[in-house]
Design a protein around this ligand. Structure first.
Ligand SMILES: [Zn+2]
Length: 143
């Protein structure tokens, strides 16, 4: 099975693999955070509002492009409403407060330090993210 995956991905460009990995990862985050007791609703990590799931996006605390080490860190990406993610460009200050509420100040500082490290995703790592998160999405089930 493993070698079949490798074969399937071996001719793909790194940029294509990263795109597919981000899709799979974000799909998992959207599913993970679509967990409000009120079905079909979620709580935005940054503004804290309970919103309809159609406004749920996977929003990065530290942007994916310039923070490679935390691009696929589950603590750096959460369900965020479209207003915060898109119109407020991530609503980063409020996002940070939301993370501190959820994980504590120390953990957020660790995440911020991790983000600044030198990092380059290798092809096997990216392929593992694609396959692992496609499998994880299937495991998350709130029904
Ligand atoms: Zn919001």
């Amino acid at each position: 099975m493993e070698s079949l995956y490798r074969q399937k991905y071996q001719d793909k460009k790194l940029s294509w693999l990263l795109e597919k990995a981000q899709e799979a990862f974000n799909r998992y985050i959207r599913k993970r955070d679509n967990n409000n007791p009120r079905k079909g609703f979620f709580t935005c990590i940054s503004c804290g509002k309970v919103r309809d799931e159609k406004y749920l996006q996977a929003g990065h605390y530290m942007p994916a492009g310039s923070n490679a080490p935390v691009r696929f860190d589950e603590m750096n990406v959460h369900g965020q409403c479209v207003e915060c993610n898109t119109y407020l460009h991530g609503n980063q200050e409020a996002y940070r407060r939301g993370l501190v509420r959820k994980y504590g100040e120390e953990a957020v500082e660790d995440l911020e330090l991790k983000a600044k490290q030198m990092w380059k995703w290798s092809r096997p790592e990216i392929i593992a993210i694609i396959t692992d998160y496609r499998a994880k999405v299937k495991e998350v089930n709130y029904d």
